[in-house]
Design a protein around this ligand. Sequence first.
Ligand SMILES: [Zn+2]
Length: 375
Amino acid sequence: MTDTPQTRIFADYMDGESARLIRVSLRVEGKAATGALWLELPDGKTPVRWALGELRRVPDQAEANSIMLRRAGDDPARLKVSDHDMATYLASICPNISRRDKTPSLWRRLTILTSAAVASVALIVFVLVPVLADQLALILPTKGEQALGDATYQQIRQALGKDANTAAWECNNPAGIAALNKMMTRLQVGSNLPYNIRLHVLDHKMVNAFALPGGHIVLFRGLLKDAKNPEEVAGVIGHEMGHVESRDPTRLALRSAGSIGVLGLMFGDFAGGAAVLFLTEQLISAQYSQGAEARADVYSQNLLAATALPSAPMGDFFLRLKSKYGDTTGLASHMASHPDLKGRADKARAADTVGDTFVPVLNAREWRDLQAVCK
Ligand SMILES: [Zn+2]
């Protein structure tokens, strides 16, 4: 019989809880059914004891010079022993190493996969997809962005509808649309965007606005109702135009779509309803970085100044959002989801170069028409 190797032998251990490989030192105690293989973990963690009688060789391993060991039963942990002498020694002292246990049920096998698989998916979704999406956003042609925007807009309308068969109503009262177009004409004078802005109002009570790829900007009825004057709405539209200019929505949509694709590959049923809800939530809450929000605010302030409109009303609007929702993240509203609304309000007021004397963006009648665009 072979003696236990005298030098310290290391092996790679996967504990079944994380996808990380842990370098462990091996120690054999006794032989056969009463013996044990001790895995000495780094950082002084409690060693793991595997009884020799329960060790099994995982069949069909591609590498001829190493063996992969597991324990009998459903333990997902694995140990890869690459040291040839140690592998041979273990094979000689473990009485059941070649035994084929009854194959666990499909459900058990899925559970065994879970922890490592989840870690891999998380890596792809949270690290790889964002990097690839940002790269793709740089080379995506304008036409591709517009197609992406058209598709996501329809998806969002569908998801916000009253039931599965009804898309959210796109408000189209002619007088209201005329007022919106007048506002947009004035704002566009100061802008230089790669696409024509396409403004939509959706019949939904949420106080929200967001931008989509390719120049779509969506306002909700709740925001028009909540606004005190048309200059507040102009400030919000300017903010969304800032996101369009930085192409923030394009990167976000590509990241979300990429994540859905990966999750769909992993779990075949992550399409349809779940995917639509996920995408919709991502796009309408549109939680960008604090830096991206600040840039969009500054864009709006410059735009308002260039068209001789005040930016203080935008600050008033932020303060009202703060008193209504507080400084909160995770809210399904792009406008209110970001913390530090007070700071953003202060900056908007400080940037105001116009004051009280200006030609209003809409007259009183046009403003009433806009607020009634969903009627
Ligand atoms: Zn924003």
